[in-house]
Write a protein that binds this ligand. Structure first.
Ligand SMILES: [Zn+2]
Ligand SMILES: [Zn+2]
Length: 402
């Protein structure tokens, strides 16, 4: 059976997150979205860890449950260190199979930095040092570089990253089997780099509020999900068990194009290169976005299409489709009422966005919303790219009757 997983989220103990990010709310929203396996996030935070230990019931196979939703122990760690004369800032996802393992990891990391000030702790050690600590504490823990293309905090980021995984992970590189593509890049962009061919591309929401869960996700087909079988499916990318990812349109991400938010400058990589990456308004260097960085590091003109790749689905959140179809704001009561009505009738959001034949929704869902869903499924949308921290916008074509 298909299992939709979102392994990178944050609790309310992370900065700039919703105060509602507790197990109860996370579980409720996982069900609304259709997510069967959720990362706990923030296992390095003492208070969140206590809540997890009190609330989660062990499945006995490295996964846990709360209210019918499976959980995996995960955390994101922010590393800042100097290497080869440059300040490096890289976010890394850590997955662990047991509370005992988490306690060993947390114990060793707490000797390095403060774990209680932020659910996503900032540590002044290198990625290799982190790898050493994690794998000394727990051999079967795993490390996945997070949102690998974001300019400021990622392994390939234009501002403080590297040009290859080897530079970042050194002798541990061979243990890295997957990377998180992040909201601003999709699989075809990553396929342009042959150095990534052997890695599995995964997607997660990095949600800071519960309604954003699953905005990106990873799909599995596992008869008996366990920590080991989820990891193994990612490691092997076996098409019977690893079913690919659910993606944002990458242009929607906050760092797709190049630009300056304050100056209102938005440029494609080609336009930015013509200007030597200098902002024509203020004369300072542009924030170079994800697409530009991919173009810089790519060794293929195309996406290497001859290679067989796992599938991916580009989606637009249902509330966004409803909002555009009805011509009202996404945060309005009209949208949340219509959304709740559809979830109640059809079960969950991914079923509505991915699976349900339109005929089954006809008569119950306004025609314009139904057309919106069909357009999104076939990729028929127009997109204004995001840049320098500003989200892009997807425009779903409007047709059909009320
Ligand atoms: Zn991050
Ligand atoms: Zn500027």
């Amino acid at each position: 059976m298909r299992l939709i997983a979102d392994l990178h989220i944050h609790s309310r103990f992370s900065r700039a997150t919703s105060p509602q990010m507790d197990l109860e709310t996370l579980t409720r929203w996982a069900k609304i979205k259709g997510i069967g396996l959720l990362g706990t996030g923030d296992f390095t935070h003492p208070q969140w860890l206590k809540e997890l230990k009190d609330g989660l019931v062990a499945d006995g196979n490295g996964l846990f449950r709360y209210g019918g939703v499976r959980f995996m122990l995960t955390s994101e760690i922010s590393l800042i260190w100097k290497q080869d004369g440059k300040v490096r800032k890289v976010h890394i996802l850590v997955l662990a199979p047991s509370f005992a393992a988490v306690e060993r990891i947390d114990r060793d990391l707490s000797l390095i930095g403060n774990l209680s000030s932020d659910g996503r702790p900032i540590l002044g050690i290198s990625a290799q040092h982190l790898a050493e600590v994690v794998w000394n504490a727990e051999e079967s823990a795993e490390i996945i570089p997070a949102h690998v293309w974001t300019p400021w905090f990622s392994v390939f980021g234009s501002r403080s990253g590297f040009d290859s995984l080897e530079e970042c992970f050194g002798k541990y590189t061979h243990r890295i089997f997957a990377i998180e593509t992040g909201l601003s890049s999709d699989p075809p962009m990553n396929w342009r780099l042959s150095m990534l061919d052997h890695l599995t591309l995964i997607s997660n929401s990095d949600a800071h509020s519960a309604s954003k869960l699953g905005r990106e996700a990873t799909l599995f087909d596992l008869p008996d999900p366990s920590y080991g079988s989820v990891i193994e499916a990612m490691k092997t990318s076996d098409p019977a068990r690893f079913l690919g990812t659910i993606e944002f349109y990458p242009q929607e991400g906050k760092y797709h194009y190049d630009g300056h938010r304050k100056c209102g400058t938005v440029l494609s990589p080609r336009e930015a290169m013509k200007l030597n990456n200098i902002c024509p308004v203020c004369g300072k260097p542009l924030t170079v976005g994800v697409l530009h960085r991919v173009v810089d590091l790519a060794d293929r003109q195309d996406d290497g299409a001859a290679i067989v790749r796992p599938p991916y689905h580009s989606l637009v959140p249902l509330e966004e489709i409803i909002s555009q179809a009805l011509g009202v704001g996404v945060k309005t009561k009209t949208v949340s009422r219509q959304y709740a009505r559809m979830i109640e009738k059809f079960g969950d959001e991914f079923r509505i966005l991915l699976d349900l034949p339109p005929e089954e929704m006809e008569g119950y869902v306004p025609g314009r919303i139904l057309h919106g869903i069909t357009h999104v499924r076939s990729g028929n949308v127009q997109i204004t790219p995001g840049y320098d921290g500003v989200y892009g916008k997807v425009h779903v074509p409007l047709d059909g009757d009320q």
